[in-house]
Design a protein around this ligand. Structure first.
Ligand code: KIV
Length: 268
């Protein structure tokens, strides 16, 4: 059996110059496929809200929904590190609340680490959660839970002042004890500078080639989301077309009385 990926193992990958692969997963069958393919980290992202449940953004996602999907993912995994996103308002109210929710999410979901958004402002929260030995993955740059404050999904850190703030966020996340940090939609040059400066791994999404690892939403990788494709996404297959074709074939055979055949039938 392949060796289990752990939090220290992820940190060691940066030290060893080995690129980290991370994908989202939201259910058992996908988790099993991705785990067997050898992905290092499976993130049960709060993107489940927009990708799977049909919410307009990640804000409505609840702790219960995150636990439900993460339980399903954990059942399909033997090797990858499983990380659960802390949803909006599960860590912003108080440090005590954040610790209680992080603890509950680890206890009830089968995840091995939590991810939360924010840098300098979340330093105390990250420190408090890591102090109770729950590994934390940070998330800086474009933080989708701040979509209204940011005015949409926009590249962050282009202006000098913003660039300085994002560097400060990265340093704060590391100082607070996070074991890695996701950097979303920031210029390649800034992501490279942060990656060189931090000792913990950086995992990019729309942050260029020089991050220690990369993450994408699995539905984007598989071409399941239709025509809208952000610049940073690469779809490796048009699974939407493959699924449509399969469904059309099924309907055609049912309508023409070609399915089921003897092969799919029972007899007395
Ligand atoms: O929720 C999510 O899927 C994420 C990744 C895109 C990093 O946070």
């Amino acid at each position: 059996m392949a060796q289990k990926i752990t939090v220290p193992g992820i940190k060691a990958m940066k030290a060893g110059g080995e690129k980290i692969t991370m994908l989202t997963a939201y259910d058992t069958p996908f988790a099993r496929i991705l785990d067997e393919a050898g992905v290092d980290i499976l993130l049960v992202g709060d993107s489940v809200g927009s990708v799977v449940v049909g919410y307009p953004n990640t804000l409505p996602v609840t702790i219960e929904e995150m636990i439900y999907h993460t339980r399903a993912v954990a059942k399909g995994v033997t090797r990858a590190l499983v990380v659960i996103d802390m949803p909006f308002m599960s860590y912003q109210i108080s440090i005590e609340d954040a610790k209680r929710n992080a603890g509950r999410m680890i206890k009830e979901s089968g995840a091995e680490a939590v991810k939360l958004e924010g840098g300098v402002k979340m330093k105390g929260v990250i420190k408090a959660i890591t102090d109770i030995d729950i590994p934390v993955m940070g998330h800086i740059g474009l933080t989708p839970q701040s979509i209204h404050q940011m005015g949409g999904h926009k590249v962050q850190g282009k202006a000098e002042e913003q660039k300085r703030k994002i560097m400060e966020d990265a340093l704060a996340v590391e100082e607070a004890g996070a074991f890695s940090v996701v950097m979303e939609c920031i210029p390649t040059e800034l992501a490279t500078e942060i990656t060189d400066r931090l000792s913990i791994p950086t995992i990019g999404i729309g942050a260029g080639i020089h991050c220690d690892g990369q993450v994408l939403v699995i539905h984007d990788v598989l071409g399941l989301m239709g025509n809208f494709r952000p610049k940073f996404v690469k779809s490796y297959i048009d699974l939407r077309a493959v699924i449509s074709q399969a469904v059309e074939n099924y309907m055609d055979e049912v309508r023409k009385g070609k399915f089921p055949t003897e092969e799919h039938s029972f007899h007395l």
